[in-house]
Design a protein around this ligand. Structure first.
Ligand code: BDP
Length: 738
């Protein structure tokens, strides 16, 4: 062996180098210890509410003993998903993952499974009746004389939901020493609707491109798909419609079905079925037929063959979502047929495979002179009882279109023989996109708790959606997703809460928006009450605030044309009256509002008599719906004692003030929330304040040209005249439907 001097080093030099290394190492150790002890290390929101950060020491110590051993089979993909999640979750929360064993043999075992998958669970002979295929029970008990916790279900999916539930209890700091929980979903189909195009553009999406990387599918399965499935399973979402309701027929070609099958394989272990939006004219566009008439035998055969092909590729395919004869989409009426003819044709072909049709009731036509708010009811009610058993009619929460606030859709309660599926929008098309902090829980809750009086008092929308009022077993809720490739998934940290609350309310439409906000905040930011209380209180008032600064007192559809960004109460002309603002607010020298009472379009008559009476009279209509149902004189006295005009101006200002208040509150949390997330929320709140002020100023400037009344004392004049606000253009605002 030949050594050269170059490779030899003087012992003193070696000593110096070692000391230097040790020094550097010590600095590193100190640095990482310092980082770990900071209240919150850098976070970018990717982990959503599944962060599993360590519990406070004392709490963790107790729980470590309680969950020292995990006994959970792992022989199916769903079982592995549950086990992996528990190892990851408990490992993170408790600082050490439990050991694993095939059978419990020590104190502190956590058993997770079904009587079929785990003999120890079978031996307990728990009563799992009534939990169905997706429910679970969680019990603190003794197994073989030793303390244990059991998560038991009838299916692997139920056990997975139970695993997530247990993790949530730990994440939110609930006691877990004497558990006796039985849970099952109250709604059968809990579905996300992605308005994602095959070119990855997301209609009304504010979180970047579509997460579905169609071009690289089926081979490349982005790990994000698995995290998406985990997040959904954690809140009970069990279906996803991958493509936009305004879809290309291409989604049904073999090329795309293979890609869809690949996505289905990622979703399946998490209990999630995939669905597709189907374009009604697909038999023409990709089938080469001359017609898509639903009563034409060749068309019917085409759909049957297509659906058989889909099920050969994806045996557990969920079914179709269809937007037909709406906003220019093709549909059965193009051939003089009804919505029921169209839906039933597809339903017949899907039925042998167990698939469903979710047929949207969002239909209106500008050729129809009647009030747009009335058209879906007029169109669909005559078909009640005519739809096939595997059809759900999917109804938006209100009769216009996901406005900041709408009264519940009159179809709820008016089609007792048809399962009606709720369609909520999670993406905030009309509520400030992703930048405004608006928690939608209170809005969902308001609609679900509304009393339709369809079968007497207490006939809430929630009871229609969960099937209990009208005795439907097939039930559903859809949420238009706010998910994209943004690192934080939803375009903002707080918009994650809207995905979260949607899932939780789909599971239980009777749940409380505030309790869910509290869970979410604890899981997403901190369990420290000094964080939880202010954040929950910000969230809970945020929906009323956006209503106030955009569309107070029942005003609606006043946004910029096309992209729907910013105020546009002056929007008029163009291709369709029902796409303008003036159609909806009807401001004139006398007053403002859409008369939908008996003296106007009489849309109120579509509600059950007690509701129709309440909404139909200017004296009894709740103020929040006043201008939705009535054209009201500017001087009309309001409950506050102010005139309508003064009240309107006050409400706009109140909304802006609320945003200022949120900014103040959030700034007090600077050292309690990690820097990266804190900063983005702060900046977004700043944008929200600017935009809220803009909405207030532009709306007051514009409506003032009709009311011709002074502003109430203390209210600032808008800094510009209405022409200035009208001149603002935003040609590339995101999410436009074009
Ligand atoms: C409206 C959106 C439009 C959708 C439509 C729908 O502006 O982009 O296609 O709803 O729900 O809110 O079909």
């Amino acid at each position: 062996m030949v050594h050269t001097d170059r490779h030899r080093r003087h012992p003193a030099a070696v000593g110096r180098a070692r000391r230097a290394w040790r020094g550097a190492l010590a600095v590193l150790v100190c640095l990482s210890a310092a980082l770990a002890s900071l209240p919150a290390a850098a976070e970018d929101g990717y982990e959503l509410w599944l962060r599993y950060r360590p519990l406070a020491d004392a709490a963790a110590q107790g729980q470590r003993a309680r969950f020292a051993q995990l006994v959970a089979p792992a022989s199916t993909p769903t079982q592995r998903a549950a086990r992996d999640e528990l190892l990851r979750g408990l490992g993170g929360l408790l600082g050490a993952a439990p050991s694993t064993a095939e059978a419990p043999d020590r104190d502190g075992a956590l058993l997770v499974g079904t009587p079929a998958s785990l003999p120890a669970i079978a031996a307990l002979e728990l009563d799992l009746d009534g939990l169905g295929a997706e429910g679970f029970a969680i019990r603190s008990t003794r197994v073989g004389g030793r303390a244990a916790t059991v998560v038991a279900a009838n299916t692997d999916t139920g056990a997975l939901y139970g695993a997530f539930h247990l993790l949530r209890l730990l994440q939110t700091g609930q006691p877990v020493d004497a558990l006796d929980i039985r849970e099952s979903p109250r709604v059968k189909l809990r579905v996300l609707n992605h308005w994602d195009n095959l070119d990855r553009y997301v209609e009304r999406g504010y979180a970047g491109e579509s997460i579905w990387d169609w071009h690289r599918l089926p081979d490349w399965l982005d790990p994000r798909y698995t995290d998406y499935a985990r997040a959904n399973a954690s809140i009970g979402i069990n279906g996803t419609v991958l493509n936009n309701v305004n879809t290309s027929a291409q989604a049904l070609t073999p090329l795309y079905l293979e890609k869809t099958a690949a996505l289905a394989s990622v979703m399946r272990p998490y209990g999630i079925k995939v669905y597709l939006s189907a374009r009604f004219s697909a038999p023409i566009e990709i089938g080469g037929l001359p017609t898509a008439d639903p009563l034409d035998p060749a068309v019917r055969q085409w759909w049957k063959d297509k659906i058989d092909e889909i099920y050969r590729t994806i045996p557990d395919f969920g079914g179709f979502l269809v937007k037909a004869n709406s906003e220019g989409q093709p549909g059965p009426q193009d051939y003089g047929r009804s919505h029921a003819d169209g839906a039933n044709m597809m339903a017949e072909a899907l039925a042998p495979h167990g698939g469903v049709v979710m047929w949207r009731a969002f239909v209106y036509s500008h050729e129809e002179p009647d009030d747009r708010a009335k058209q879906a009811y007029t169109e669909f009610v005559p078909h009640d009882g005519v739809f096939a058993d595997n059809v759900l009619v999917q109804v938006k929460n209100g009769a216009i279109d996901f406005q900041p606030r709408e009264p519940f859709h009159p179809l709820f309660g008016a089609m007792p023989k048809t399962p009606l599926m709720m369609e909520f929008q999670i993406t905030k098309e009309y509520l400030g996109f992703a930048t405004h902090l608006v928690y939608l829980g209170p809005m969902y809750e308001e609609v679900l708790r509304a009393d339709t009086h369809a079968r007497g008092p207490g006939s809430t929308v929630a009871k229609i959606i969960d099937g209990s009022l009208e005795g439907h077993a097939l039930t559903g809720m859809a949420g238009v997703a706010n998910i994209g490739v943004d690192r934080n998934w939803s375009g903002s940290h707080f918009d994650q809460a809207n995905w979260y609350v949607y899932g939780r309310m789909a599971w239980d439409p009777h749940a409380s928006a505030e309790a869910i906000a509290r869970d979410w905040t604890r899981m997403t930011f901190s369990t420290d009450p000094d964080v939880v209380e202010p954040v929950v209180s910000m969230m809970m008032g945020s929906h009323q605030a956006v209503v106030d600064y955009m569309t107070p007192l029942g005003l609606h559809h006043l946004m910029g044309r096309g992209h729907h960004y910013g105020p546009g109460p002056w929007v008029e002309g163009g291709p369709r009256a029902d796409w303008t603002s003036v159609y909806y607010h009807r401001a004139d020298a006398r007053g403002i509002g859409f008369d939908r009472s008996a003296t106007g379009s009489n849309a109120v008559a579509q509600y059950a008599p007690p509701v129709a009476r309440q909404f139909g009279s200017i004296d009894t209509v709740p103020e929040e719906f006043l201008l939705w149902f009535h054209h009201v004189p500017w001087d009309h006295p309001m409950a506050s004692g102010r005139s309508l005009w003064d009240e309107l101006v006050t409400r706009y200002g109140r909304g802006v003030d609320y945003v200022r208040g949120m900014r103040r509150t959030w700034s007090t949390l600077e050292d309690k929330v990690d820097q990266e997330r804190h900063r983005q929320v702060s900046v977004f709140l700043g944008i929200q304040e600017k935009e809220a002020q803009w909405w207030r100023d532009a709306s007051i400037a514009y409506f003032g040209t009709f009311s011709r009344r002074p502003l109430p004392a203390g209210e600032a004049e808008p800094p510009h005249d209405v022409e200035y606000y009208k001149s603002l253009q935003f040609p590339f605002a995101p999410g436009d439907g074009k």
